[in-house]
Write a protein that binds this ligand. Structure first.
Ligand code: FPP
Length: 242
């Protein structure tokens, strides 16, 4: 069970245990949040990026050692050019931000997805941030130009290149973008849509799913607590009888 630790006189703080090692977020609702404020969609992404920083930090503070965020899908290139450009600019700013926190917050960053679609400069920055943070231990996966089907095809092609025959589940797993971390125990999607949209297709086979109507820019620490509490009320059977 998870613990509720007294932190201050009145405040209680949730801490995760080994049954919740990895939490993943489908950060949805930036556009609707901005629209509700009469602002352009880019404004929602900007606030969404701030929320992402806070939520990643908070998850680390409650002992969740692996966090994955779905920041840009293989399908998101279909969005208007100015929106794609705004997200790419936020990505650049986010890399700079990572350098200010990686040591303090002990963050080892991985960018999941096909990096070949990015400019050589951006790709080099992504790879440098991965290697510069490799000495830290809390895993942060940022899914970028990521699609679950694309990831499986990519893994199979790598196995073909290696001359593998009789491919096993372990072979596929070892060639996914997430080979460095356990599968997500909990996948959270904000903004009221009840689907997983090609996110962690293989890894999410036994993940607990949690959906909330809260729009990503409004998603707060207490919303993480609610998702974690819901997770601990579930009984995970992994196909067996418990
Ligand atoms: C979904 O909201 C959100 C995205 C497709 C992008 C997520 C991006 C961020 C949180 C900020 C960018 C951060 C980095 C580091 C790149 P939506 O636009 O689909 O919202 P809607 O469904 O309300 O239109």
């Amino acid at each position: 069970m998870f613990g509720i630790k007294k932190k201050q006189e009145k405040k209680t703080k949730i801490t995760a245990d080994d049954s919740l090692r990895h939490i993943a977020f489908i950060m949805d609702g930036n556009g609707r949040w901005a629209k509700g404020k009469g602002m352009p969609r880019e404004f929602g992404h900007k606030k969404g990026a701030e929320t992402m920083k806070n939520i990643v930090k908070y998850c680390g503070s409650i002992n969740i050692n692996c966090v994955t965020v779905y920041a840009f899908s293989t399908e998101n290139w279909k969005r208007p050019e100015n929106e794609v450009n705004a997200i790419m600019e936020l990505l650049g700013q986010y890399i700079d931000y990572l350098y200010t926190v990686m040591e303090k917050d002990n963050i080892q960053v991985h960018f999941l997805g096909d990096k070949s679609r990015f400019t050589p400069e951006l790709r080099a920055r992504l790879e440098r941030a991965e290697s510069d943070s490799s000495k830290y231990s809390k895993i942060l996966n940022v899914a970028l130009n990521y699609g679950g089907r694309d990831e499986i095809v990519h893994a199979v092609n790598k196995l073909i290149e290696q001359g593998k025959e009789n491919i096993t589940e372990a072979d596929i797993e070892a060639n996914l973008y997430t080979s460095h971390c356990p599968p997500p125990d909990l996948i959270v999607r904000t903004a009221g849509e009840i689907r997983t949209s090609n996110f962690l297709l293989w890894q999410g086979a036994y993940s607990e799913l949690y959906f909330t109507d809260v729009l990503w820019p409004d998603f707060s620490e207490s919303d993480v607590d609610k998702a974690v509490e819901a997770f601990y009320r579930r009984t995970r059977r992994f196909g067996a009888v418990v």
